[in-house]
Design a protein around this ligand. Structure first.
Ligand SMILES: Nc1nc2c(ncn2[C@@H]2O[C@H](COP(=O)(O)OP(=O)(O)OP(=O)(O)O)[C@@H](O)[C@H]2O)c(=O)[nH]1
Ligand SMILES: [Mg+2]
Length: 470
């Protein structure tokens, strides 16, 4: 069944954390009942605040992010923008604020598909709210926002589907390792060895959760000359509406670096021509552990990075060194790409950050049942170390997931590889109908009581976010 988008916006609420706690300051429609307004203010503001005072600085720039939240009691879904308003009289020098736009929960695909534009207009309204002096001024700003949202929704005429369609492309020259990479992240190890060159396109479906709001198709493009020529010729078909693009380069094959960078720049040119600007994950592949530090490989990598950055200035690019012999490197790159597809990624990071502070953890990874990293947080300066330490654990983690289910054990604790005092804690948490796993890295003290104490609140917050993760 498809729907048209007339009058899709059901409500708009500006909430502030003032002396009365979370308060819906300005709301539309005016006849909206008080309990609904309050619910929206409470839920959005409390997700923003955790239970700490937000900050003590003079800048509000650290806090500005979007999230899609379910309001099952109201049968609505909200797109919320979280931000701070400087206020010298408030605790921490700033007041927490949210703008929430609400639609029927059945219409939520609208948010996912129009995120880019919605972000721009809501962000701009929030900037005005940050400098507004009076309630009347805020009323004008919110009325304007409503006008803009209505104008936007009235222009959308196509019926839209009930599921968000996500398209991921795996690109690069032949033999770069695209198909092997997919086999490895899916743990189809026995297939890796039998991988044949991909003919045309191999499509598969990715599921981060059994039930999700999106259908994720992964297009693994054959890189042999005839196939890539066809791909570039029919670039419209392949690149139209692409949400995420992986580009693979074989760092061991010095003789084909130029050829590979050349294909990359053609892909970039095609994307610009079609006005598609997906996030791009570049995998410097075949960076095998035994040779990754060698002079030749380093020289190749440096040359590639320089050229990649040169041609892709208008894009959001993240570069990973990957190898089929380093499972963690593959999972990191793949997960990073997938997490870019989640409108709630900033909210997740924020929740992880709050929780990490509470339990004195230096870094936390949140994983799904397949070991995909849904979100991670690490204290500045620590991330490199964490991954170095947790990477070896990752090799056995998949096995551990299985054992974990059998044992029904609550915590799994292991000492750091290099230093006994560093601990890694692995814990399963149940959030809604999902089994998630936390990997917590503690450099100094290990306090399980603290973890137990703060975990329920943390899990509860994730409850709301996980349903709209993707
Ligand atoms: N040393 C090393 N070899 C790899 C790695 N990844 C893949 N390979 C090997 O590289 C070869 C090509 O891998 P594929 O996965 O088929 O490459 P592809 O990019 O899918 O190639 P096309 O389908 O032709 O575009 C295979 O022999 C793999 O075993 C890696 O990380 N290190
Ligand atoms: Mg292939």
């Amino acid at each position: 069944m498809s729907k048209t988008k007339n009058n899709i916006i059901k409500s708009i609420v500006l909430s502030l954390f003032d002396d009365d706690g979370p308060t819906p300051k300005i709301y539309w429609p005016e006849m909206m009942d008080e309990s609904s307004r309050l619910l929206i203010a409470m839920k959005t503001i409390s997700l923003l605040m955790g239970d700490t005072v937000y900050q003590n600085g003079t800048s509000t720039e650290d806090v500005n992010y979007f999230g899609i939240l379910p309001f099952p009691d109201l049968k609505l879904n909200g797109l919320t923008y979280f931000f701070l308003i400087l206020d010298p009289t408030a605790r921490g020098n700033a007041k927490a604020a949210t703008i929430t736009v609400l639609i029927d929960e059945d219409d939520r695909v609208f948010f996912y598909e129009n995120m880019k534009y919605l972000r721009i207009i809501i962000d701009s309204a929030a900037s005005k709210v940050q400098t507004a002096k009076t309630l009347d001024e805020n009323q004008v700003i919110m009325d304007e926002l409503k006008g803009e949202l209505f104008e936007f929704t009235s222009e959308i005429k196509d019926p839209f589907s009930l599921k968000r369609q996500i398209k991921i492309l795996m690109t690069g020259l032949d033999r770069a390792g695209k198909t092997s990479f997919l086999h490895a992240v899916k743990k189809r190890y026995s297939k890796i060895i039998k991988t044949l060159p991909t003919k045309g396109v191999a499509r598969s479906e990715e599921k981060i959760f059994d039930e999700q709001n999106s259908t994720i198709s992964v297009w693994d493009l054959g890189g042999q000359k005839t196939y890539r020529e066809k791909f570039l010729e029919q670039r419209k078909v392949y690149l139209y509406n692409v949400d995420l693009l992986f580009y693979f380069i074989d760092v061991q094959d010095s003789s084909r670096i130029n050829e590979s960078v050349d294909l990359f720049s053609k892909v970039i040119d095609s994307l610009i021509e079609l006005e598609e600007f997906p996030p791009i994950v570049v995998c410097l592949n075949k960076c095998d552990p035994d040779i990754k530090k060698s002079g030749d490989i380093r020289a190749n990598i440096n040359a590639i990075i320089e050229k990649i950055n040169e041609v892709s200035k208008r894009f959001f690019i993240k570069i990973f060194e990957t190898s089929i012999f380093d499972g963690f490197s593959l999972i990191s790159a793949y997960s990073y790409g997938l997490s870019q597809l989640s409108p709630n990624r900033e909210l997740f990071e924020n929740q992880l950050k709050h929780f990490a502070k509470k339990i004195n953890s230096d870094a936390i990874l949140l994983l799904n049942e397949n070991g995909i990293i849904l979100s991670n947080f690490s204290r500045i300066g620590i991330s490199e170390k964490v991954f170095e330490i947790s990477a070896p654990h990752f090799q056995t983690l998949y096995k551990t997931f299985k054992e974990f289910k059998l044992l029904k054990q609550d915590f799994l604790i292991s000492s750091g590889i290099t230093d006994e005092s560093k601990k890694i804690i692995f814990k399963r948490i149940t959030v809604e109908k999902y089994n998630l796993y936390l990997l917590m890295f503690m450099e100094k003290d290990l306090n399980l009581d603290k973890i137990e104490k703060f975990l329920p609140k943390f899990s509860k917050n994730l409850n709301d976010l996980i349903q709209t993760y993707i």
